[in-house]
Design a protein around this ligand. Structure first.
Ligand code: URA
Length: 234
């Protein structure tokens, strides 16, 4: 049961044990104050009388490689990110999307409520990208990028950009944006005259891709899930 509580994002495994032992957890209306009680998907678990989701929610961080589409199916039969997370044996949905030719951090979950909260336009979480761009932007171009650019029919919200590495003819920049419009980073770089060569998302809020190998995935820790849920509520 402590595993189910931790997986549902209620608390950490250790905290779950404390909750159980202090008699705050009930299974099907019966207080269960001992550790090791086995529960199944049909059992109704409550903490302080409040129901804990019966579906075991799962939260995955994937290092999406280039060449995969962020969708369950593709009309051109290209590989999809779902092909990379089959080992979790559950239907997962991507939280937002990365382009076919973008790599990096992609979250997937079966928690529809959290997906909606995190992708809602009014609550867009900060996302951080490393982009290799053509040429070297000058201070004036970077200032335009930061303040907001007109792209098609909209003006972008304030964003961050700074050069992290120079390769002579072109540079790598670190970019932070709070929006998630279609191909937004690419369009913003294009708009200041420095098109993207490679694009990789390295963080969503304070969740970092770290050294997760390309194509690999891992479950988020309880603390990471609680952090995400906190973001969804802001
Ligand atoms: N911006 C882009 O242009 N592409 C992505 O995949 C993500 C953000």
């Amino acid at each position: 049961m402590q595993k189910v509580l931790a997986a549902s994002g209620v608390c950490s495994r250790r905290k779950a044990e404390e909750l159980i032992l202090s008699g705050r957890v009930a299974v099907n209306g019966q207080t269960a104050a001992v550790l090791g009680v086995k529960v199944s998907g049909s059992d109704k678990i409550t903490v302080d009388g409040k129901p804990v989701s019966a579906v075991k929610h799962i939260y995955i961080m994937l290092h999406k490689p280039e060449g995969y589409i962020t969708s369950a199916r593709d009309q051109f039969n290209r590989p999809t990110v779902m092909d990379l997370v089959t080992r979790y044996n559950t239907r997962l949905y991507p939280v937002g999307r990365l382009d076919f030719d973008t790599s990096g951090l992609l979250l997937l979950t079966n928690d529809g409520e959290l997906t909606q909260a995190l992708t809602h336009p009014s609550r867009q979480v900060e996302k951080t990208y490393i982009a290799r761009i053509k040429g070297v932007p000058d201070p004036e171009e970077m200032e335009r990028f930061r303040k907001g650019l007109r792209i098609e029919d909209y003006v972008t919200a304030p964003a961050g950009i700074h050069i992290v590495k120079s390769f002579g003819e072109n540079v790598s920049v670190k970019i932070t944006i709070h929006e998630g419009r279609n191909r937004q980073v690419r369009k913003m770089c294009e708009a200041i005259g420095h098109p993207v060569i490679f694009l990789k998302r390295v963080a969503t809020g304070r969740l970092y891709l770290g050294d997760l190998p390309r194509g690999d995935s891992r479950e988020l820790t309880g603390a990471e899930v609680r952090y995400l849920k906190g973001l969804g509520k802001k």
